[in-house]
Structures are given as structure tokens and as C-alpha cells.
Write a protein that binds this ligand. Structure first.
Ligand SMILES: Cc1ncc(COP(=O)(O)O)c(C=O)c1O
Length: 345
């Protein structure tokens, strides 16, 4: 079976200095100083002891931040791990699960790993999720909101319509990028027992290196995730991760301020790209998805790379091959990108 797996390929992390790195949707700003303080405090003799296997203090912090009960929170080693457990615990059924044809490319990988049948539902011509297309028999539904790599947002009212039309399916909303401009589906959890919302501290909290993600759902869904987690790894979050993540969640003024900076730069970047002739999809995320009518995506990505600027380009599906996915960096990084593109386009 292992020989047949097609693993996920993450964006590269080159070891070059002076790189303008706009390829993996990391936050260009550092995490809250309180995170650094909390992580430093964990560098102590207590490292000889195992961490709390259930990350209870962190779970309580997440619950307080979102105004949900403690039993409605699950935490994991990055949202990728939370997603993996959700696929195994909640999305493996007779019927195929549904997700958009253009979406997070880890979803088909988990389907391969856990032998879950899936069917992809095409986005519209404008790269939007059309909820009516999901009113078909299914074994579950998953999508990112905003979607990746398009950046397009599905309104909360539409998610509610999707849930109403799929009362017996687990619906997973992957909110990796929601803090950059969307309304979270978390308030819908109280009314929809089949909804699981998954989030990460990697993007809006600038903590991709700490590996912390979490899920919010009603207790029966959370218990299923805990069962899988405890059959796999008792201690997915180490002492640094638990302490740092809690400090970050509690310092919401800080992460909201860095999100606001990213959003302001995104507005500037979109305007500059449009002035160069790019079509830019409306983005609610910390990246934009853009194509130039006269230049191929792969050629532009390669030419930028020669200038020490890296962005992400996907060769497939073919429909998105003309696009570049560009992480919103600092104003200076985005100015460097626009300067390079001006010379190329
Ligand atoms: C849509 C989506 N979901 C989840 C993740 C995983 O994030 P992490 O494992 O860092 O929490 C990513 C990362 O790029 C993503 O784009």
C-alpha cells in the first residue's frame, strides 16, 4: 500500500539568505513577544517530564477565546494533524466525501492514506464554491474557507445553507486563513452537531514553526478525534507548543494587529498587481491568486526565482496553471515583488 501513496509536497524552505519568501503563506511578522517569553520559560528542568497529554490549559484558553465549552475543543500538532485525524475519525464512510476540485492539496493525500473514496466538485468559472452542487449523497464534506489556493471566501450564510441541506454528513470547514478577512463558522457549531471547524496558529498567529492547530465541534465529534489521537500519539504538543500557543491565544490584541497589517498590505499589493495588468481573484486570505493574460504562470515563477523572489505555482489542475499564489509579505517584500514583475510584464 505504501508504494501506492502520493505524498503531499509542501512549499520549499530554501536555505538561502536574502530571499523574498512569498511561497508558503507564513506571516511576515514575528509572533507576540509574550509567546517568546512563555516558550523561554519552558526551557527548564521540567523538560525531563512528559507534557500534559491533553493540553488542558491550552484547550481552556481556546475555549475561552471562542466562547465555547472546554469539551468542544481538540488540539493537535498543526492543523495538518487535526485534519488527518478528522479524515480518519469522521470522514471514512461508504459514500465518497466531497471537496472542491481546486482546494488544499493535502485532502486527496489523506484520502489515499486512509483509503477514503472522494469526489471533487468543480468550482465555478469565477473559482467560487457553489453550495447547491453539494446537495448530493455523500460521506462527508470538507473545504477551506477562505479556499486555498484561490483565497475566495464563502459567506457564513452559504455555509449554513450547506449544513441545512446535509444534516447527516460531517462538514469540516478548514479555517486556516479566516482571520484575514472572513466570518468564522464557529458560532454555527452550537446549532449544527455535524460541523467541525479546524483552525491553525501557523498563519494569523505567526507560529508556523510551533506546529499548533485546533478543532471546534460538539463533544461527540471531539471525542472521536481524541480516540484517534490517543491511538496514535499521546503527546502531540510538546511543552513549548502548549505554552507558546496559550500565550498567543491570550494576546489577541497582538495577532489582530499583525493581521490588520497583512490585510492593509494585501490591498496595496492587489492594486499594484492590477496596475501591471494581472487579474487578481478577490482574496480574504494572507495570499493572493493572480494571473497575467500575456505571461505563463510557470515562466513568471521561474523568472522571479532568478531574482531571489519565490512564489508558489501549481502545474495542475490545468485550470490554475496560469496563476501564481503569492503570500502577502511586508510592504517592502511586496514592493520588491512588484518591482520585479514590472520589469518582466
Ligand atoms: C488550507 C490549509 N489548511 C491547513 C493547512 C496546514 O496548516 P498547519 O499544519 O501549519 O496548521 C494549510 C497550510 O498551508 C492550508 O493551506
Amino acid at each position: 500500500m505504501v508504494h501506492g501513496l502520493t505524498p503531499y509536497v509542501p512549499g520549499e524552505q530554501p536555505k538561502l539568505a536574502n530571499l523574498v519568501k512569498l511561497n508558503t503563506n507564513e506571516n511576515p511578522y514575528g509572533p507576540s513577544p509574550k509567546v517568546i517569553e512563555a516558550v523561554r520559560a519552558e526551557a527548564a528542568d521540567t523538560l525531563r517530564l512528559y507534557p500534559d497529554p491533553n493540553s488542558d490549559r491550552l484547550r481552556a484558553g481556546v475555549a475561552a477565546y471562542h466562547g465555547v465549552a472546554f469539551g468542544q475543543v481538540f488540539v493537535g500538532n498543526g492543523s495538518d494533524e487535526v485534519l488527518a485525524h478528522a479524515f480518519m475519525a469522521l470522514l471514512k464512510h461508504e459514500q465518497p466525501i466531497l471537496f472542491p476540485d481546486i482546494s488544499y492539496s493535502f485532502y486527496p493525500v489523506y484520502c489515499g492514506l486512509y483509503e477514503i473514496a472522494h469526489r471533487t466538485i468543480p468550482l465555478t468559472e469565477q473559482f467560487e464554491i457553489r453550495v447547491d452542487d453539494y446537495f448530493v449523497p455523500n460521506g462527508g464534506i470538507i473545504f477551506p474557507n477562505p479556499n486555498a489556493p484561490t483565497g475566495r471566501l464563502l459567506a457564513r450564510a452559504e455555509i449554513e445553507r450547506l449544513l441545512a441541506g446535509n444534516p447527516d454528513s460531517v462538514v469540516v470547514v478548514d479555517e486556516a486563513y479566516i482571520d484575514f478577512g472572513g466570518e468564522s463558522a464557529v458560532p454555527l457549531v452550537a446549532r449544527h452537531p455535524q460541523l467541525l471547524v479546524i483552525r491553525t496558529l501557523s498563519k494569523s498567529h505567526a507560529l508556523a514553526g510551533l506546529r499548533v492547530g485546533y478543532a471546534i465541534g460538539q463533544p461527540h465529534l471531539i471525542e472521536a478525534l481524541v480516540r484517534v489521537k490517543d491511538s496514535f500519539n499521546s503527546y502531540p504538543l510538546d511543552r513549548f507548543a502548549q505554552a507558546g500557543a496559550l500565550a498567543s491565544i491570550e494576546d489577541h490584541a497582538y495577532f489582530e494587529s499583525i493581521c490588520a497589517k497583512v490585510v492593509a498590505t494585501r490591498t496595496r499589493l492587489v492594486a499594484a498587481m492590477q496596475a501591471l495588468g494581472f487579474d487578481v481573484l478577490p482574496s480574504a486570505a494572507n495570499f493572493i491568486f493572480a494571473r497575467h493574460p500575456a505571461h505563463e504562470g510557470a515562466a513568471l515563477a521561474a523568472a522571479l526565482r532568478e531574482r531571489n523572489i519565490i512564489v508558489r505555482h501549481f502545474r495542475s489542475p490545468e485550470r490554475i496553471a496560469p496563476f501564481l499564489r503569492i503570500t502577502v509579505g511586508t510592504d517592502a517584500q511586496c514592493d520588491a515583488l512588484v518591482g520585479a514583475l514590472r520589469a518582466l510584464c
